[in-house]
Design a protein. Sequence first.
Length: 204
Amino acid sequence: MTGIIGKKIGMTQLFDDNGNRIAVTVVEAGPCTVTQVRTSETDGYAAVQLAFEDCKDKQLTKAELGHLKKAGLKHGKRHLVEFRDMADLKVGDTVTVDAFEDGQHVSVTGTSKGKGFQGTIKRHNFGRGPVTHGSHNIRQPGSIGASAYPSRVFKGKRMSGHMGDERVTQLGLRVIARDPENNLLLIKGAVPGAKNSVVIVKGN
């Protein structure tokens, strides 16, 4: 498995050899430095910790700075992510977009855009009520439970509330092209998150 941390730049379009237009998302991926290697013998599982995006040392705690300096980094890093089953890497190595191949299938994890407080029509795709004959139930959710029994609303009922701003993983994506000089991955389709948000790209 391959993995890398990146930042969503935005969307654009490419054209294939047949003139078909392909919508792609541009991700500034890496370079990511390996800051820790976990093994089954010492930690109970095998994983690699990658660091991404420089930041000022004063923005980190002393414990975080000590962890990064132990890995040989001179500057602070804003994001640390563990990836399972990434073999043949040791502390100090750098992971770039060269770890991926054109046409490779990947999954992208990010934080979806926050929508704020939304009603049931937008949040859960409910249908609306009638808008004529004096109806007062145009965009209301309708009945949410019985009266006498159980005399309460069951937990988990789909109702109005906070929408978005959740960790989302988009599967079935594909790498269309790479730009190693600028550390860019061009991924077919849309990926979760707003512009400049951090995303995690994993390939098989």
